[in-house]
Design a protein around this ligand. Sequence first.
Ligand code: FAD
Length: 282
Amino acid sequence: MKIVVLAKQVPDTRNVGKNAMKEDGTVNRAALPAIFNPEDLNALEQALRLKDKHAGSTVQLLTMGPGRAADIIREGLFRGADGGVLLTDRKFAGADTLATSYALSRALQKLQPDLIIAGRQAIDGDTAQVGPQVAEKLNFPQVTYAEEIVGYNGKEIVIKRRLEHGVETVSSTLPLVVTVHGSAAPCRPRHAKCLMKYKHSRTATEQQENPSPYYNESLRITEWGVADVGGEEQQFGLSGSPTKVKKIENIVFAAKEAKRLTAADKDVEELVIELIGNHTIG
Ligand SMILES: Cc1cc2nc3c(=O)[nH]c(=O)nc-3n(C[C@H](O)[C@H](O)[C@H](O)COP(=O)(O)OP(=O)(O)OC[C@H]3O[C@@H](n4cnc5c(N)ncnc54)[C@H](O)[C@@H]3O)c2cc1C
């Protein structure tokens, strides 16, 4: 089984500072500490479990982002993935979910996987749109909110979904797009052997910019741009994005803004009146 995990490098939203946004309304990713999107780690674990069960299967990571997003591929390699592709090009910058899913789907058409596993949601955009959009663009069926990929019998894959009021078990044929919920099993830690093997893995650009004497071709992380994935240029990046992020700001509650309430009807009633009054509800 050829599995591709969609993994995003996200700003650690626990740390949004004042220069988080650029003048043009796009996120200033260089100014924010970057992490592996949490639910994409759950997605990676589901992929690695399938690889453990089905000999000959491979797990590749696919991430779209600036050069430093190669860290996402390395992190996946350290945990047991077989390789990855960094989709990076200035023409991808400023992409909303439509343009992001278009670029990812172009790369996936080139990779031809049997199974695509994404996280349910990224902690920065928070839209949970990319997984389903990729499925639509590839005309693949999709199973979202997966909590566990139970198994694959060569014909059908069985998946448990985490829903609001319980768990639902569904099955599908391949190819398929699955999005994984944070209630799924946590990702296994880095494996010492994989860490030793891949610690000098890098993209050609990284090797050019900061050569490592330990680097060799077998440690190359594939880098693709618009020219490698083809497609209609105006559908990539800012030009392909009907949604523009106008402004994000860091909301820090000051102590005086907090109010302690009891469960008494009077307190609850006053709170509801206040929330309606400031248009938070109603
Ligand atoms: C505060 C904020 C608000 C935003 N609001 C919107 C909005 O309302 N509408 C909109 O269209 N865009 C919005 N964006 C832009 C959006 O974040 C980007 O388009 C982003 O690349 C994808 O959307 P997302 O972060 O919501 O990801 P989600 O759709 O939540 O991601 C779901 C999954 O898709 C995969 N995935 C997502 N991005 C990538 C990637 N770059 N590489 C590999 N896999 C990936 C991951 O597996 C991820 O778990 C917003 C951005 C910010 C910072």
